[in-house]
Design a protein around this ligand. Structure first.
Ligand code: PGA
Length: 255
């Protein structure tokens, strides 16, 4: 199975022109991109303008958020079905930067239910905020809350991303970041699979795809996605805004 590489552009870049330039940069390395399942998540307003270029190199588009409601009198919200209707395939839900803005587990659960109903594949970000927190306890709460009311057949579609907030970089210029160690992160991946096994059985947990996120760089990614016991892919923020670094990263993942 191909590894999944999710590019989370966050609130960057600040214009359509610059976004197109990033994609032109990616395009130079099209042969690498085709060997992974790449998901590009630009700011939502740019997605309809970029989607044909994204699909050109075999990647899919993702949203960075969806509304917790299906539509109606909610000024400023964008529903999962609206997002799906412009050709988006994935949606990041519960990112720690959104949790920090006040997004709670019950809202995240509603967003996951909306995304699944609309046919989007949720990429659910989970993990502790501070290094000294009890990660297993937090994963227990977050993963269980995310899955409330989700049937086994729908749960299979969800991707989980273990992305502790303390490991996230400060963006494209933070070239070293303070990411997690592969050993610590892989232990958390195993724990997420244990929660899934308790909820839906061992077979489902084994097949579930779990990603790592937090300061992923070309020079450090390989041990996270090691064949056999590594993660199924990575969620990349800062490094995805630099096409040359991102192409190197994709290459390191597929090798
Ligand atoms: P980072 O961001 O790769 O810049 O640490 C990852 C993310 O927040 O999704």
């Amino acid at each position: 199975m191909k590894k999944i590489i999710v590019a989370n552009w966050k609130a960057n870049p600040d214009s359509l022109y610059k976004a197109e330039a990033i994609l032109r940069g990616y395009q130079k390395h099209i042969s690498f991109f085709k060997q992974a399942d790449c998901v590009i998540c630009p700011p939502l307003v740019l997605v309809p303008l970029l989607i044909s270029r994204i699909q050109l190199f075999g990647a899919r588009a993702g949203a960075q958020n969806v509304a917790s409601i299906s539509g109606g009198t909610y000024t400023g919200e964008v529903s999962a079905s609206m997002i799906k209707s412009v050709g988006v395939t994935y949606a990041i839900i519960g990112h720690s930067e959104r949790r920090k803005m006040g997004e709670m587990d019950d809202v995240i659960n509603q967003k996951i239910l909306q995304a699944l109903k609309a046919g989007l594949i949720p990429i659910v970000a989970v993990g502790e905020s501070e290094k000294n927190e009890d990660a297993h306890h937090i994963l227990d709460i977050q993963v269980k809350a995310a899955l409330r009311g989700v049937s086994a057949s729908r749960a299979r579609k969800i991707l989980f991303a273990y992305e502790p907030r303390w490991a996230i970089s400060k963006g494209v210029h933070d070239t070293r970041g303070s990411g997690d160690t592969p050993e610590h992160a892989i232990e958390k991946m195993i724990y997420i699979r244990r929660i899934l096994a308790n909820a839906y059985g061992a077979a489902m947990a084994q097949k579930a795809r779990v990603l790592y996120g937090g300061s992923v760089r070309a020079s450090t990614v390989a041990p996270f996605v090691k064949k056999g016991y590594g993660f199924d892919g990575v969620l990349v923020g800062g490094a995805s805004l630099n096409p040359r670094e991102f192409a190197k990263l994709v290459r390191a993942v597929i090798l």
